[in-house]
Design a protein around this ligand. Sequence first.
Ligand code: PMP
Length: 353
Amino acid sequence: MEKAFQKNLINIEPYVAGEQPKSDDIIKLNANENPYPPSPAVQKAIAEFDAGALRLYPPMDAAPLRQAIADFYGIDRSCVFAGNGSDDVLAAAFRAFFNSDKPLLYPDITYSFYPVWCELLKIPFETVPVDEGFNIHVEDYYRENGGIVIPNPNAPTTIGLGLDAVEDLISHNRDSIVIIDEAYADFSGVSCVPLIKKYDNLVITQTFSKSRALAGMRVACAMADPYLIGYLDAVKDSYNSYPMDAVAIRAGAAAMSDREYFEQTCKKIIATRERTAAGLRELGFILPDSSANFLFVTHPKHTAKEIFSYLRERGIYIRYFNKPRIDDRLRITIGTDEQMDRLISELRTLIQG
Ligand code: PMP
């Protein structure tokens, strides 16, 4: 018999992340992680961390990290919020900014966590279709809404909008908060951080999980007008005053301070991306030019599911989404050159026999 409390339990379909392999010899190209370690400055910060300091709560506002982010971008610390991965930052931002009866707008093909937060937080939403080539048209967002969220570049499509298009979107929606999720912007070179001085309705989120190789540490930030940062702090202080631990604050600040290492690794990943895209096209794959650290591919002669299973059996994990409009596509994270060579060689065997 159903117990009375059972009808009060949450009814939600949670976000499903990429599979985590059980063994170390898997080539893991399914979560858009960085194939290189974080900056040596991170290793040093962790090695020098005094465990005795864990006796005390961490700085409530993650100040050293916020300062390092502000210094990197040449903005004021009051424009920066920090959180426990951008999923944490985005969840706080959805809670803080999307309280309208009008629908939140986001692309129909995009980061699949957005509908989960809408469901959890009871936010009305409408999806805006991307075109056949997966392009976002900002004119489609010139309509009444309770807010907008768009990743730039978009995931999993890999396609980025130029700065002019993003500014157009923000300036046509001055009565709404526009969140630009820049999880992958370091691989495109297009960031709208300079626009936060100009637009008080813009919120940018960034993560340290991809370009700064700290997925395991959970570090991310938002950048916006200080007035909006105040609302993010208010939400944070209403559910968890100390979301970031003391080690993550130090390690994140160290990662931000090493600009040279960051630029070098991004450059390496971009070079591998271009080489891999060319190799896949030679095998007949079709894919848009990528502005991210992953590729979004389809093959005219082999189904996505078939390729996914073939690679999985050979120890290479990529991502397949069994969802409308993209169930013939695969998302492949850019690994090291050696890992991508293995991938291409396995695919060559499948396709050319
Ligand atoms: N936004 C987008 C578009 C993503 O793909 C991801 C990674 N899953 C995130 C945000 C969240 O990343 P994290 O929580 O690791 O910062």
